[in-house]
Design a binder for this molecule. Structure first.
Ligand code: ATP
Length: 274
């Protein structure tokens, strides 16, 4: 159960202010969608939560403690592309996630522990809908399947916080709807708080519990670099979505409703030719 608190966060690059005095509290197991115009600092904010960037001023607290200085297994990340290793099979990619965690120096597990991890990886591969593709390399997978693999790889490390940077932005609408169902299933079943950057408001409303919009309010072109983005909107999504519980009954459930059993998706390996 992981809460994130951001207190008076400023981020500057040289004399460019990117984020200006951002204060936010994310409840444990919430699903936050970050939206806003291009260049307003969404990815920068995500990279701060990943410890890939430091704040200029202010602080970020994870469960009340200052965020670790280095990225760690407590925070997983999935990008729009290039999240998986092209030279490893589906199974190899998921197993490696655990190996990097447990054996960071040699990146390899042996014996009974390796077999146990492989079993866990196979179960997760099945959960994300990639059963049958264990021995395939990423190049042989569709975009949707690659993102399913990227999710499995991130979740194998059991992150408390999952950071998503436009993870589904490059997918076709049909594939995207299928993977939204998967994302909701994973969020419901794993104990994690999710922060997702997206340009797609529909996606934000489909998945998130809360939508935060960043915007530079003072938008005079000659001053642009001197003001950062602040929170323009902070919307609780209704009907309320609570992790681990199905959505409150809605008169017309959408295809993303976790209560609706999903059949094989369009990017299901069972439907792919070898
Ligand atoms: N390492 C860096 N050094 C200097 N400036 C940077 C750096 N990283 C980001 N910026 C600047 O910070 C601003 C915000 O960038 P960021 O990528 O966070 O925006 P964004 O909202 O995610 O944009 P997009 O929606 O287009 O991905 C941009 O003006 C960018 O040029």
């Amino acid at each position: 159960m992981t809460a994130i608190a951001v207190r008076h966060l400023w981020k500057e690059y040289g004399d460019q202010i990117v984020l200006e005095d951002i204060s936010l509290d994310f409840a444990p197991r919430s699903f936050i969608a970050l939206v806003g115009p291009s260049g307003c600092g969404k990815t920068t904010f995500l990279r701060i939560l990943l410890s890939e960037e430091t704040v200029t001023r202010g602080e970020v607290l994870i469960d009340g403690k200052p965020i670790a200085r280095e990225p760690g297994a407590d925070r997983g990340v999935v990008f729009q592309r290039y999240s998986v290793f092209p030279h490893l099979t589906v199974l190899g990619n998921v197993v490696l996630a655990a190996e990097m965690e447990e054996a960071p120096f040699i990146g390899r597990l042996f014996g009974a522990r390796r077999r146990q991890v492989e079993e866990e990886a196979r179960a997760l591969i099945e959960e994300v809908g990639l059963k049958g593709a264990e021995d395939k390399y990423p190049a042989a997978l569709s975009g949707g399947m690659q993102q399913r693999l990227a999710l499995a790889q991130a979740i194998m490390r059991k992150p408390k916080i999952l950071l998503l940077d436009e993870p589904f932005g490059a997918l076709d609408p049909g594939i995207r709807a299928d993977i939204h169902q998967l994302m909701l299933k994973l969020w419901n079943s794993c104990e994690m708080t999710v922060v997702m950057v997206t340009h797609d408001l529909k996606e934000a409303f489909t998945l998130a519990t809360r939508i935060i919009a960043f915007e530079r309010r003072r938008d005079r072109p000659e001053e642009k670099a001197r003001y950062g983005a602040t929170i323009a909107k902070d919307i609780e999504v209704w009907p309320t979505r609570i992790a681990g519980k199905t959505r409150q009954a809605s008169p017309t459930p959408g295809r993303d409703d976790p209560a609706i059993p999903s059949g094989p998706g369009r990017d299901d390996p069972a439907l792919q030719t070898a």
